[in-house]
Design a protein around this ligand. Structure first.
Ligand SMILES: Cc1cc2nc3c(=O)[nH]c(=O)nc-3n(C[C@H](O)[C@H](O)[C@H](O)COP(=O)(O)OP(=O)(O)OC[C@H]3O[C@@H](n4cnc5c(N)ncnc54)[C@H](O)[C@@H]3O)c2cc1C
Length: 317
């Protein structure tokens, strides 16, 4: 089929570019009449119930070389946008250095959907359940556009999404995860000053409408350190879920720095989370429920981290 005859038929034409540039040129050529398709699992939830019309040209990215899988670089891990969620959940390099992302991937949809669904598609949805974990790790998006590749912090893209885009046809090629993010804080006093060992903690929590295979109501990602002096350092907090734009709580992270792990700190943290988290309500859960759930989940992770060794598991069960 030629490009011209494809445009004239009612059924969509499916294009299978082999290279990133070829895919991008297809998208530029078809404009709003063409769409990138990775796993197609999110797109089909829009097309099948008639929420959106299927465009005339589907640009399937599955055959594009070099943008699937995980590649270690000196200071970061490059995750190709075509990496499936199933692969993200089991990939040893991700599980070792970015465990919350692997855990988030394993909590999305069902095993069969995860075989098709990609990390790139999850990011591009702008509300995907992988996003709080990616924000926690200071992920960068690497786009391919008219000037070749360019990198942009994920947090910046989530903020600018509602504004005009310089190039609406850009293709997400990679997600970069810097190794330094979410490591020990330099402010934390070393163990030899106090004789106690610092404790790292990290958790991803998803609350859905039922136990498994469910869209999220709230997702949170938390990491940090309970230092030898009994204070929190380097805490990172992110939340999203449902239709909510995921976000980091930067001001709260600063406020927590060096605070003692005690009830007063956790009560004040809970109160501030209730003020600062701005979730979107939907037919299943209102904003107040989502706020409370996120505040409970995050505070519980910090509380569990402060329990004496051996008691954390009992508190979780
Ligand atoms: C039964 C079911 C359950 C689900 N449960 C969840 C869940 O629990 N949590 C969750 O987060 N999601 C869930 N989803 C939604 C979806 O499966 C995931 O968000 C998935 O990661 C989307 O990836 P995909 O590759 O299928 O994206 P696609 O559907 O192929 O694409 C999604 C969007 O991204 C664009 N796009 C894709 N790749 C690129 C690229 N490289 N560059 C630029 N644009 C691109 C597409 O044009 C489209 O707009 C569920 C879906 C189904 C069907």
């Amino acid at each position: 089929m030629t490009m011209e005859s494809a445009a004239a038929t009612a059924a969509p034409a499916v294009w299978q570019p082999q290279a990133v540039r070829e895919a991008y040129l297809f998208k530029r050529r078809w404009g709003p009449g063409g769409t990138y398709v990775s796993g197609g699992t999110l797109l089909r939830t829009r097309w099948e119930p008639g929420l959106e019309r299927m465009p005339s040209h589907l640009i399937h990215l599955g055959a594009v070389r070099g943008i699937a899988g995980v590649k270690p670089m000196p200071d970061r891990l490059a995750v190709g946008s075509q990496t499936t969620l199933a692969a993200c959940g089991s990939e040893p390099l991700l599980r070792e250095s970015f465990p919350l992302l692997a855990e988030a991937a394993r909590a999305i949809a069902s095993p069969s959907v995860r075989q098709l669904a990609t990390l790139g598609g999850n990011v591009m949805s702008a509300i995907g359940d992988a996003l709080p974990a990616l924000l926690l790790y200071d992920a960068e998006l690497v786009w391919y556009g008219k000037d070749g590749h360019r990198a942009e912090p994920l947090a910046d893209w989530l903020l600018r999404r509602s504004g005009p885009s310089a190039d609406p046809h850009e293709l997400l090629a990679y997600i970069h995860l810097p190794y330094g993010a979410a490591r020990y804080s330099e402010d934390s006093p070393p163990a030899q000053q106090t004789g106690r060992r610092p404790k790292r903690f990290a958790a991803y929590r998803k609350v859905g409408r039922r136990e498994a295979f469910t869209p999220s109501v709230v997702t949170v990602a938390v990491s940090g350190e309970l230092a030898a002096d009994g204070r929190y350092y380097g805490v990172r907090l992110a939340a999203g879920g449902g239709q909510t734009r995921p976000d980091r709580f930067g001001r709260l992270e600063q406020w927590l720095e060096g605070r003692p792990a005690e009830t007063g700190t956790l009560a004040a943290l809970h109160e501030r989370l209730m003020e600062q988290f701005e979730p979107q309500p939907d037919a299943f859960a209102d904003a107040a429920y989502r706020k409370r759930t996120a505040a409970h989940l995050i505070t519980a992770v910090l509380w569990q981290a402060a329990l004496p060794a051996g008691e954390e598991e009992a508190a979780c069960s």
